[in-house]
Design a protein. Structure first.
Length: 458
């Protein structure tokens, strides 16, 4: 059965922030019939960007919920996400499209906080309200948990990277780069390694130093707000993909849930998908990289792209949700702890009113992968009790293991471009070539880039 996402009767174009009539028009929007395969952040970004220009799109999504790897799931009647995500202030395109598609009366759905990194109980760094990059220098100089030499070395590392515009002649691993710049063990342990693992979802011995530097550049080298943390106050399907679907529908598009596109065939004037939806002038494949081969391998022109994505390896992210009695609180909304398994903790009560619900993120590969889910939850619970004895006993727990959460952001990884050798067939997704690791912003930028290629009609 197919589900359609349609706009509600009360929706009207004027209820959105940006009236389409205020945009320059495309010569013949009716000449475009764009299919978007995949309703994650990349596909829905392409849909919103095209809808903004009055181009009708049809989005096909296998699942019954939009969002892909950032989607709502329901556990024990509680709406959660498949994984605990955060954004940063530098995610400009994601924030722009959330604004574009959100109705004026709706809350944005994000809590913006100044940069604060906590590794309880040893480390605490907080950016003061100073212009960038002084806010970072001051944060490093005042960081609790580093000795004076460590703070100076960390600040000197950033200064050196700034001088070389955050570029390396040759990529290396993050571990190698940090050793080359003689970063002391405490700085590596509490600052750079947690940043590397959370941003690149790849352990420092394997992670690309170049992509890590781009992340530092975009977070710390622009305006102060770029390094702000944006924590979710709503689920990630509602935050953007469902808003984008309503926006696209309002602009003549449609979204088909529960439909898997099995094949894309070329026709004389465009493309035909193995669904019953007729022909399309342009196709944007916005599926996750491990799902791409099925769609592209029948096309010999795409053999090279196929080889690139077949060479990817993947990293997991585990999310452990623990429901403690109402009133149970962490001393922060989001922070890390020094522990074997648990990395970042989210107090969902403080963030989105889910009282007593604590989410724990474990990024990248590690010893936790060898444990049964209940055993992992038991160990995480023990770690939380050791740090915060007042929490008591959780009433229930749930582990969500995303085995292919992201591609491994490894040294020198080659990623395919949005444009393919087949005219009017494009690739969107967090894995396409960019300065970003696999993130929401990478996915959104990639979707927007594909939309622009469609608009240029090439
Ligand atoms: C647990 C977890 C935590 C994360 N944390 C963060 C974070 O804190 N910050 C951050 O920025 N990023 C984070 N990420 C990464 C981020 O979620 C992804 O980079 C982003 O969601 C990828 O979006 P995408 O649109 O490229 O791909 P996807 O989300 O994978 O979307 C692809 C969509 O295509 C659909 N599809 C596949 N094949 C077909 C087909 N044949 N026909 C129709 N539909 C199809 C899929 O069902 C899916 O919905 C996290 C990821 C995970 C898993």
């Amino acid at each position: 059965m197919k589900d359609e996402v349609s706009s509600k009767a009360s929706d009207s174009p004027s209820s959105f922030r940006l009236s389409p009539s205020s945009l320059p028009s495309i010569p013949h929007p009716s000449a475009f019939r764009v299919a978007i395969v995949g309703g994650g952040y990349a596909g829905m970004a392409a849909a919103a960007e095209l809808a903004r220009r009055e181009i009708p799109v049809t989005v096909f999504e296998t699942a019954r919920t939009l969002g892909g790897r950032a989607r709502r799931v329901e556990i024990n009647g509680v709406p959660l996400d498949n994984g605990l995500h955060i954004l940063i202030g530098a995610y400009r395109e994601t924030l722009r499209l959330i604004e574009l598609t959100r109705r004026p009366q709706e809350a944005q759905g994000l809590v913006r906080l100044p940069l604060e990194l906590i590794v309880h109980p040893h480390f605490h760094l907080r950016a003061p309200r100073l212009p960038a990059p002084l806010h970072l220098v001051a944060a490093l100089i005042c960081a609790r948990g580093l000795d004076l030499a460590g703070r100076i070395k960390a600040a000197a590392f950033i200064a050196s990277m700034r001088r070389q515009a955050f570029r390396l002649g040759t990529d290396s691993s993050v571990e190698h780069l940090l050793a080359r710049y003689r970063q002391p063990p405490a700085v590596t342990r509490y600052l750079w390694n947690p940043l590397c693992v959370s941003a690149l979802n790849t352990q420092p011995h394997e992670a690309s130093a170049q992509i890590f530097l781009y992340v530092l550049r975009d977070s710390f080298n622009g305006v102060r707000g770029d390094s702000d943390l944006l924590l979710p106050a709503m689920n990630f399907s509602a935050l953007f993909p469902e808003r984008a679907a309503a926006f696209a529908t309002l602009h003549g598009g449609s979204v088909r849930l529960g439909v898997t596109v099995e094949a894309v065939r070329r026709t004389a004037g465009g493309f035909e998908l193995a669904t019953q939806d007729g022909r399309f002038s342009h196709v944007i494949l916005a599926v996750s990289p491990h799902r791409l081969s099925t769609l592209i391998s029948p096309h010999p022109e795409l053999a090279e792209v196929n080889e690139l994505v077949q060479a990817f390896s993947y990293q997991p992210i585990h999310s452990v949700f623990l429901q403690y009695p109402p009133g149970s609180r962490l001393p922060f909304r989001m922070g890390g702890i020094e522990a074997t398994y648990s990395q970042w903790l989210f107090d969902r009560g403080r963030l989105c009113g889910q009282d007593g619900l604590i989410g724990v993120v474990i990024s990248a590969s590690g010893a936790h992968q060898d444990l049964e889910q209940d055993e992992l939850a038991r160990r995480v619970r023990a770690e939380l009790s050791a740090h915060f004895p007042d929490l008591g006993e959780p009433r229930w727990h749930r582990v969500i293991a995303e085995k292919r959460a992201t591609f491994s952001c490894s040294v020198g990884l080659r990623r395919p471009t949005n444009r393919t050798p087949i005219s009017r067939l494009y690739l969107a997704g967090d894995y396409t070539a960019s300065d970003y690791p696999a993130t929401l912003e990478a996915a959104v930028r990639s979707g927007v880039a594909c939309a622009r290629l469609v608009l240029e009609n090439n």
